[in-house]
Design a protein around this ligand. Sequence first.
Ligand code: 3PG
Length: 403
Amino acid sequence: MNLTFKTLDDVDLVGKRVLIRVDMNCSVDPETKQITDISRIEAIQETLQELQRSKVVLMAHQGRPGSDDFISLEQHTEVLKNLGFNTSFVDDIFGQKAKEAISQVKDGEILVLQNVRYFEGELKKAPALEVAQESLVQELYPLFDIFVNDAFGAAHRSQASLVGFTTVLPSVAGRLVEKEIRTLTAATATEQHPWTLVLGGSKVEDKVKILSRLMSTDRVDHAVLGGLIGTLFLIAADMIPETYSKPIKGFESAIETARELLKEYPDVLVLPEDAAVEHDNTRHDCSFSEMNNDPFLDIGPATTTKYVKLITESAVVFANGPMGYFEKEAFAKGTSDILDAIADCKGITVVGGGHMGAMAKKMSLDDRITHISTGGGATINFLTGKKLDLVVALESAAKRMDG
Ligand code: 3PG
């Protein structure tokens, strides 16, 4: 497959000052604030190894403002050290402190900047040339020779750190971006059916929008829903009361789209049929009429049976987002049963997103799943056929580099 952008093979990196944007957005324990899974950090190792004769400054985000996992990148720096990289951390992004630390970086060293989303301008989403005007880009780009983008998980975000630098620096993809694009292109090239999407987890506003785009491609035969996105659709279908919308951020803006999708694609959307709720700190499997306003934390056994059948009989399965509150062991059952079914499926299977990917690895299912993608939203966006913002930006950079 010919790539439309440049990679590490196309540039001389020795002795160069390299700014790299990665996605090492990890699962974080909401109570202890400790990282619970490091697979996204492990996934960037190949690129970092190839940069071992360069002066590397690493930029990344963790969580979103206001979320439980919106933490500093100090822990990530420690993980990189434990993986054998000569890494240090600076609690600044583009101020004087960061600039001084950047000027001290030597060949073979990696300096990790603070969580780039601590800078408000990073949250703006706009075309590359516009976000390139943000002070983050304007202050930092003169300090570097090359920009490497290896943040596949955030490839669908047109934000300053992801696409801004590509307008002002020679810019190439890292090995992870290259591998993900190659693998996902191959996995989506098939015309085989039934084609099943398994969609769970939170980030409901994003997911309902992307579901809408994906449905209009006619690719999907079954979209089986769980997690908070499943809860949203159950409320939209009047199958459970609106009181269950409480944990759903962005419920108001997502519910209308969910209702429209239910009207337009009643045979494609597959909703849970029963629930697992928490009562007296214990899991109770029950019908919707027996939920008694207890927290709805997982899909129930009848739902699991139905989903397992659809998944194992599919020719292609793409999965993103857990079926329930998997952080509590009793409510991880729906997600682990679904992952077992994905591993049993004889077709092409892709599991994406930090949480589900990590769980698949923990369950040692990796070699029975075609591809475990580091992308959640990025992977689902890829499926719609629309070019990812990161790819568009790297393509423009490649044209500029070729003069
Ligand atoms: C992800 O976890 O999907 C990526 O890191 C992107 O994060 P975001 O959805 O907060 O932009």
